[in-house]
Write a protein that binds this ligand. Structure first.
Ligand code: PLP
Ligand code: ZN
Length: 407
C-alpha cells in the first residue's frame, strides 16, 4: 500500500493510518475515504505505461488501488467493459454523443464485481476465511462469485423479495444465503451484527471503505477508453450512492494526477419510490429516509449508506439528481435494448430513463457527450423485463399462420 497515505473521515475530517482501522471512523462512525500520494504514483504510472499494458481488467489500475503490491487477485476477469457509441440514441434525442458502458458484461453480470473483487483481495490480506455482505442481490452475487473463484466462504444477506435469478446465483456459487424478511436496510443491520459476532470479513456498502475504490475503476476506464477526453456527463442509477461516489473518486484521482483537466457532471438517477438523495440534492441537502418502493431492486434503498459522498459527487460536479417512475424505468429496458443491443436490469435502465427525462426538460444540452452506465444485466430480473413487452405470437407449425406476423 505504498501509494496510500491513509484514511480521511467524510464526516469529521479526521485522518487515520490505514493499519489503524478496518472499516469506519472510530470516533463518529462516518465513512472513510482512502487518500493517495499522487506525486509518487505519477513516478511509475502514466498514460503511456497504461497504453502498453495488455492486462484488460481493473487490475491495470493497481497503482491507484489500495492493496499490497504482492497481493494475489481473483482470477475472474473484472472490468474493462465495453463503452458503446449509441448512435441511434444520440440521434433520437438530438445530443452530440451517447455512450453506454455495459457493466452487465462482468463475470457475475453486474457492476458489483468491481468492488467485490477488491473486497476479496482485502479479505485475503486480512487473513479472513469467510466474507459477508448485505445486498439487494448484485453485491452478494458478486461477492459469492469472487469468493468461489478463490475458495473463500461467503455469507450473503438479502431481502426475501430479491429477484429469483439473483438468489439462484448466490446458491449456485455456494454462498450461505440468508433471506431477510425485511428491507435492504434491515438486511444491512443484521449482516453487520453477524460479522461483529462471528468475525467475518465485512464487505457491506457504506461500511467497507474499499468498495468505492473498486467502483472508481469504471471512471478510470471511461476516461481511458475515450483517450482521456472526459465526457460532459455520466448518468447512473443510485441506491446507496456508493457507485456515484466511486465515479467521482476515479475522476478526481485522474485530475489529481494531472491526466484530465475537468470532471464530468455526475448525475444520479433514483426511482421515484426510493429517492431520498434526489430530494436532498435538489432541496436542503438533508437526507430524509423513506421506505423504498420500486421494482428496481438494485436501487431500492430508502436510507442510503453513502449519502454524504454521493451528495458531494452530484453537487460538486454540478450533475444533480433526477427521479424516474417505475413505468419510465420499465419502458427504458426495451428502449435501451432495441437501440443499442444492451439488455439492462431495472436499476441499470434507470440511467436511460433519467437521461430521457433530463433531455426533455432541457437540462441536458444538445452539445453534450453523455455516458450511461448499465450497471447490471437484464437477465438478472426477467419478470420485470417481461412487463415491458407483450406476449409473443404463438402459432401452429404451419407457414400460413405467419401471415399474422408483424415485422
Ligand atoms: C448497486 C446497484 C446500483 C446502485 O449502486 P449504489 O452504490 O447502491 O448507489 C445501481 N444499479 C444496479 C444494478 C445495482 O446493483
Ligand atoms: Zn469521523
Amino acid at each position: 500500500m505504498n501509494n496510500v497515505t491513509g484514511f480521511q473521515c467524510l464526516e469529521c475530517n479526521q485522518t487515520f493510518g490505514v493499519n489503524e482501522i478496518q472499516y469506519v471512523c472510530p470516533d463518529c462512525g462516518g465513512n472513510l475515504d482512502v487518500r493517495y500520494d499522487y506525486e509518487r504514483i505519477n513516478q511509475h504510472f502514466s498514460k503511456a505505461s497504461l497504453a502498453a499494458d495488455c492486462n484488460l481488467t481493473i487490475w491495470r489500475y493497481r497503482p491507484l488501488l489500495p492493496m499490497e503490491d504482492t497481493s494475489p487477485v481473483p482470477p475472474l476477469s473484472v472490468g474493462w467493459t465495453p463503452l458503446y457509441d449509441a448512435l441511434r440514441l444520440a440521434d433520437e434525442f438530438g445530443v452530440r454523443q451517447v455512450l453506454v458502458k455495459d457493466d452487465g458484461r462482468n463475470p457475475t453480470a453486474s457492476f458489483k464485481d468491481r468492488p467485490s473483487a477488491l473486497a476479496v483481495v482485502k479479505a485475503q490480506e486480512a487473513g479472513a476465511t469467510v466474507a459477508t455482505t448485505a445486498s439487494s442481490g448484485n453485491a452478494g452475487a458478486a461477492l459469492a462469485g469472487m469468493c468461489a473463484s478463490v475458495g473463500m466462504k461467503s455469507v450473503i444477506f438479502v431481502p426475501a423479495t430479491t429477484p429469483a435469478a439473483k438468489v439462484a446465483q448466490l446458491q449456485i456459487y455456494g454462498a450461505t444465503v440468508v433471506l431477510v424478511e425485511g428491507s435492504y436496510e434491515q438486511a444491512c443491520e443484521l449482516c453487520l451484527a453477524a460479522s461483529e459476532r462471528f468475525g467475518w470479513y465485512q464487505r457491506t456498502t457504506g461500511y467497507n471503505p474499499y468498495t468505492v475504490e473498486g467502483k472508481k475503476t469504471a471512471a478510470l476506464e471511461i476516461a481511458e477508453q475515450l483517450q482521456w477526453q472526459v465526457p460532459d456527463r455520466v448518468l447512473v442509477g443510485v441506491g446507496d450512492g456508493n457507485i456515484i461516489g466511486g465515479l467521482w473518486k476515479g475522476f478526481c484521482d485522474l485530475q489529481q494526477l494531472g491526466w484530465i483537466e475537468r470532471l464530468p457532471k455526475l448525475t444520479g438517477v433514483q426511482a421515484a419510490g426510493a429517492a431520498p438523495l434526489v430530494a436532498a440534492v435538489n432541496g436542503d441537502g438533508v437526507i430524509r429516509p423513506v421506505i423504498g418502493q420500486t421494482i428496481a431492486d438494485g436501487i431500492n434503498v430508502g436510507d442510503p449508506r453513502d449519502a454524504t459522498r454521493a451528495m458531494r459527487a452530484m453537487r460538486e460536479t454540478g450533475g444533480g439528481a433526477v427521479a424516474v417512475s417505475d413505468e419510465e424505468i420499465i419502458a427504458a429496458i426495451p428502449h435501451l435494448a432495441q437501440t443499442t443491443g444492451v439488455f439492462a436490469e431495472p436499476g441499470a435502465a434507470a440511467a436511460l430513463a433519467g437521461f430521457i427525462k433530463l433531455r426533455e426538460q432541457g437540462v441536458i444540452q444538445s452539445e453534450e457527450r453523455v455516458v450511461l452506465i448499465s450497471t447490471g444485466s437484464g437477465l438478472k430480473d426477467i419478470n420485470t423485463a417481461r412487463r415491458s413487452v407483450g406476449e409473443p405470437l404463438r402459432v401452429q407449425p404451419d407457414v400460413a399462420e405467419l401471415n399474422k406476423l408483424k415485422v
